[in-house]
Ligand binder design. Structure first.
Ligand code: ADP
Ligand code: ZN
Ligand code: ZN
Length: 761
């Protein structure tokens, strides 16, 4: 180790290393040599890690003068280097990370890494700038050409405070067309030259929609008054429950206007990118003089870096983005209001560590920033509804009517059990009723949105023989393979596992009995093919919007633009089309299969179904004329379907909460889920059982620990999966249990710990 740290440490820092070493809550201690001062909390540094002293990124959590005490013979290691200080995280985000790390049982380093977008860390889009000034002690023995003298004179003529200058400015000042006189002066030591690196940040341009309603509705006025009254009174939490099209966005706009009137920033979170183009267009249109930064992964890397830097420099009035925008680099005192639109949306939950929910982190941020937070939805999550109606930790505001100019759609339920055509196998994809409605809508020049939350052509490949029963499974997972057609060779399909991504050819014959192989069920590709065959409209007027057709955000935006312009008349898609799209000419919405989630063995199956059906029905009736929504289902009596068809969220919520109470699941309890994975079934099962024992040893009477059981998807990517849940009636009880567990249990590749899980599969 000699020679590695030859300078004395003048002070010490606790740091969080980026890699998953869980040194919660304090981090690791390193010495700071004088040459690295000044150094601040939040600064990104490189430290030697492990026996090999591998250079590793780390963040400064705390600076301390206390000399650490180490075991004999061990010396304190020193920080190697400081990264550019343009990428330091605000201290308030470090505090938020500490909270997240504790709450979500995640190592702090990776939590901080999540907060700093990759392009910022990697310096994508950074430019190096030269800055020039007169040298302090120029050499006297060099010959100076007239042009060079011109440069020196030009620099001398401007005041010292305006120096240094960049080469371009200097060329203009000296009136020269080539940079070489400047380069020569630098080379000879007549001019001093520094290099600085920074991001050339520019505002992100986006189409604008400045439509302003003439008059607010009474309901809107009331909500704006109620929330407006407490806008400057510190933390308060509000649930804005307004049916689709009731004008929630208008309320956000008015409140943002008030909140940032003098200074400060509004933070607005929306789910996924598909929503952002329209919301961004509205914000840009309505706040033409405000600076709006957009943070989401669909931007190019350098745009992301630019937008982040603008926010970090305190230049943004409004920050808009998806889940990770909750980590906008703002100090708490800059944030005046936080809005989470479509708060129920599952895309706010990150499904790798740290497994945070952006909505819940936003609530914490508002609390830390002492500002109001508004959660908006037409179909609030059971958690938020419970908080607002029973726990009184959030205020409920309602919008029960659609905004003027919008009509409520007529919602019809089609019982697919009655649609079987005599003599045919299976059921038609599109019912007689829906087909008639599509034709009628097209005849009236209206547009149609069709939802099917299942990608690919057919979800099952099976043997044609009734007695054989063979079905194609993934070799690596306990799931069926999904048939996809490959364009343009429509017949040359392949099968893919949606869980591990494995692809295979379709066998020509059943491997068990050599009979024919058939494709069962329908995904979006099959519906698309069937529409193209059966409808009398040009094929380019039908488009499919799902993860397979919109790999790039630009594909998605282009498709939505074509739909907005009327070039696409039927837009068919997965749940991506259920989110916030606002196109006035949509006169018909059809749900091909409302049951995709309803039978999942997950206590949120019914809630998800209600949300999806209700949200997509709300995409029509946003313009002139009547609007219809048609729901195809095999479970016409399920409360999620009947109540969604009546737009009766409150009855649904009451029914659902009673069920949750009985089952003792969230929101009545708080939950953490442990998933144990292993290549060997026995190992997985054994480790799961021993984890139950260890958890039971830590748990007090407030904690209920389940037995270990195979997951609903018992094997994914060759690993067997078992799960265990622990529940408590309060978050405090669950958190103290987790703190105790942390001493002996560590999350890893083979052990996922998911606090407030939203999927139980
Ligand atoms: P939500 O977010 O609740 O679904 P939006 O805010 O998108 O609803 O509003 C739906 C439509 O109604 C938008 O086109 C909006 O411009 C319009 N709108 C909102 N409030 C009013 C109002 N008071 N008068 C007229 N139109 C309104
Ligand atoms: Zn698989
Ligand atoms: Zn067979």
């Amino acid at each position: 180790m000699a020679g590695l740290f030859d300078e004395p440490s003048v002070t010490f820092a606790r740091v969080a290393v980026e890699r998953g070493v869980d040194q919660f809550p304090d981090g690791l201690t390193y010495g700071i040599p004088e040459r690295l001062l000044p150094i601040t909390v939040g600064q990104l540094v490189t430290v030697p890690l492990g026996q090999g002293n591998t250079p590793t990124h780390a963040w400064i959590l705390e600076i301390t003068d206390e000399t650490p005490v180490f075991a004999k013979g061990k010396e304190t290691k020193q920080i190697y280097e400081k990264e550019r200080d343009t990428i330091a995280l605000p201290v308030d985000l470090i505090d938020l990370a500490k909270w997240m790390s504790k709450y979500y049982f995640a190592p702090i380093g990776p939590t901080l890494a999540t907060m700093l977008p990759g392009p910022v860390r990697h310096g994508t889009g950074l430019v190096t700038k030269q800055l020039l000034d007169l040298a302090e002690n120029p050499p006297t023995d060099v010959r100076i050409t007239p042009k060079q003298q011109g440069v020196l004179d030009a620099l001398t003529s401007i005041p010292k405070s305006k120096r240094p200058v960049d080469p371009k400015t200097l060329m203009q000042l000296a009136n020269i067309g080539s940079k070489s006189p400047i380069d020569k002066l630098v080379e000879h030591g007549q001019l001093s030259c520094h290099h600085i690196t920074r991001v050339e940040a520019t505002w992100f341009r986006q189409s604008r929609d400045a439509t302003t309603p003439e008059k607010l509705t009474d309901e809107q006025e009331k909500v704006i008054d109620e929330i407006g009254n407490v806008l400057h009174d510190g933390y308060s939490s509000h649930l804005l429950f307004g049916i689709t099209g009731s004008g929630k966005t208008e309320i956000y706009i008015r409140l943002i206007e008030q909140a940032i009137a003098n200074d400060g920033t509004a933070l607005v979170l929306v789910p996924e990118i598909s929503l952002t183009p329209q919301t961004a267009a509205r914000l840009m249109g309505r706040f033409p003089d405000k600076r709006i930064a957009i943070l989401h992964s669909a931007l190019t890397k350098s745009q992301r870096h630019q937008q982040w830097s603008l926010v970090a420099d305190g230049k943004a009035d409004i920050v808009l983005g998806a889940r990770s925008a909750v980590f906008a680099p703002l100090q708490n005192n800059q944030i005046n209001i936080i809005i989470v639109d479509e708060e129920h949306d599952h895309s706010f939950k990150q499904d790798n560590a740290p497994r945070y929910n952006g909505r819940d982190v936003a609530i914490r941020r508002a609390w830390m920033a002492e500002c109001p937070i508004i959660l908006g939805s037409a179909t609030p999550s059971m958690e938020s509804w419970w908080n607002a109606t029973n726990r009184n930790i959030s205020t409920l505001h309602k919008l029960t009517k659609r905004a003027p100019g919008l009509v409520a759609p007529n919602i019809e339920v089609v019982d697919m059990r009655k649609e079987r055509v005599h003599g045919e196998v299976g059921y038609p994809i599109v019912s007689t009723r829906l087909r008639a409605a599509v034709n009628k809508t097209l005849a009236m020049d209206g547009q149609v949105l069709l939802l099917l939350n299942r990608r690919g052509f057919a979800p099952w490949i099976a043997c044609a023989s009734r007695t054989c029963g063979w079905m194609m499974k993934c070799d690596h997972c306990d799931t069926s393979m999904v048939y996809h057609r490959r364009k343009p060779l429509e017949q040359a399909g392949f099968v893919r596992c949606h869980h591990c991504g494995t692809e295979q050819r379709v066998p020509k014959k059943c491997p068990d009995c050599s009979k024919k192989v058939i494709q069962l069920g329908a995904g979006t590709q099959r519906v698309e093919a069937s529409l193209r065959e059966s409808l009398q409209i040009p094929s380019e007027q039908i488009a499919r919007l799902d993860a397979d057709t919109t790999r790039k955000a630009s594909d998605l935006h282009a498709m939505l633009d074509r739909f907005g312009a009327g070039e696409i008349r039927i837009l068919l898609g997965t749940q991506m089309i259920a989110k916030g799209l606002d196109f006035p000419n949509v006169r018909l919405v059809g749900i091909i299969d409302a049951d995709t989630a309803i039978d999942l063995p997950d206590f949120r199956a019914s809630e998800r179904t209600y949300q999806l059906v209700s949200q997509v029905c709300g995409r029509c009736g946003r313009g002139e004329g009547t609007a219809t929504a048609i729901i195809q289902t095999f479970s016409p009596d399920a409360p999620a379907i009947t109540l969604a068809s009546k737009t009766d969220y409150e009855t649904f919520a009451t029914t659902e909460l009673a069920f949750r109470q009985n089952a003792m699941v969230p929101p009545m309890t708080r939950m953490v889920r442990f998933i144990i994975k292993d290549h060997s079934f026995e190992q997985a099962s054994g480790r799961a059982d021993s984890l139950v024992d260890r958890l039971c040893a830590i748990a007090d009477e407030e904690i209920t620990i389940s037995t270990a059981a195979a997951c609903v998807l018992p094997r994914i990517a060759d690993r067997f999966r078992f799960d265990i849940t622990a529940t408590a009636t309060t978050s405090i009880a669950l958190q103290s249990f987790l703190s105790a567990a942390r001493a002996t249990i560590k999350p890893s590749r083979n052990l996922t710990i998911d606090v407030d899980p939203i999927s139980m599969l």
